[in-house]
Design a protein around this ligand. Structure first.
Ligand code: FE2
Length: 285
């Protein structure tokens, strides 16, 4: 058993996207700051409607997946196929853009609050041209795992607890994504297995916590992607106020990534073709 240490800390930058939605972007803030197979992680949240009310009007995607997880408020979405949905508080929309989708995402307050995350998961070359699709995951479909000192929502992947394997709401996939939202009680510590085949990171979004590694004990930075080194376990201890954090891991694709805004392909030529397809209305054809 090898505990994972900290490899790199990527503090989120405050920026805006869409029609002026205020976000905190950690991985994906520059094209060389990623963690294969993940391209981007945004945290959005506000009690000020003007920060996000204009939302993300109609925009395209090709070549990857977007995973939107709301923890407060909800999100209305609509796409070029006429699909309409309302992503509820605690729910996840797992959207495979595949060869192309044009959609809008409009965050909405609930009791004056709106908060969530959007993660971009790359697809290998062989899967970039698949038809677009959605998985709308209701809050009650996400396994709620109780550990001594913590509760976690297993959005994707598998977790072994006391010799029993628990499957998340989304299982499998060529990059074997693992995605969990962990709520820790004050002063408690947990040890979680994370396969050594996966790249892994944690994102502390509330409270304080430390990552324990042999004799060292390092405070996790709030609102930062903390990329972990190799190993097959991770051990976290919450501070006096408890902690809320995401654990995100996946098998690296190890292919070239060429990104132009919302299009993520393997070569420049494919991006140029994508731009022509979008201009000519063939992105989603
Ligand atoms: Fe989008």
């Amino acid at each position: 058993m090898t505990l994972r240490a900290i490899k790199q800390i990527i503090p989120a930058l405050e920026t805006s996207d869409g029609a002026g939605v205020r976000i905190r972007r950690s991985i994906g803030q520059h094209q060389n700051i990623r963690m294969d197979p993940f391209l981007m992680l945004d945290e959005f949240g506000s009690d000020q409607p003007q920060d996000y009310i204009a939302g993300f009007p109609s925009h395209p995607h090709r070549g990857f997946e977007t995973v939107t997880y709301m923890i407060e408020g909800h999100m209305l979405h609509e796409d070029h196929l006429g699909n309409q949905g309302n992503l509820k508080n605690g729910g996840v929309q797992w959207m495979t853009a595949g060869r192309g989708i044009v959609h809008s995402e409009m965050p909405q307050q609930e009791s004056g609050q709106m908060r969530g995350f959007q993660l971009w998961l790359n697809l290998p070359a062989a899967e970039k041209k698949q038809p677009a699709g959605y998985r709308d995951i209701q809050p009650e479909e996400i396994p709620d795992v109780h550990l001594d000192g913590a509760r976690l929502k297993l959005i994707a992947g598998e977790l072994e607890v006391d010799g029993v394997t628990i499957a998340g709401a989304v299982a499998g996939g060529s990059t074997r994504p693992l995605y969990m939202d962990i709520h820790m009680e004050p002063g408690k510590a947990i040890t979680l297995p994370v396969s050594e085949q996966l790249n892994a990171m944690v994102y502390l979004y509330e409270g304080d916590a430390r990552l324990q590694h042999e004799n060292t004990d390092t405070s996790l930075r709030l609102a930062a992607a903390t990329i972990l080194d190799e190993g097959n376990q991770l051990r976290i201890e919450a501070g006096g106020d408890g902690a809320r954090l995401l654990l995100i891991a996946g098998k690296p694709i190890n292919e070239p990534v060429v990104q132009y805004g919302p299009f993520v392909m393997n070569t420049r030529e494919e991006i140029e073709q994508t731009l022509r397809d979008y201009r000519d209305g063939r992105l989603t054809a």
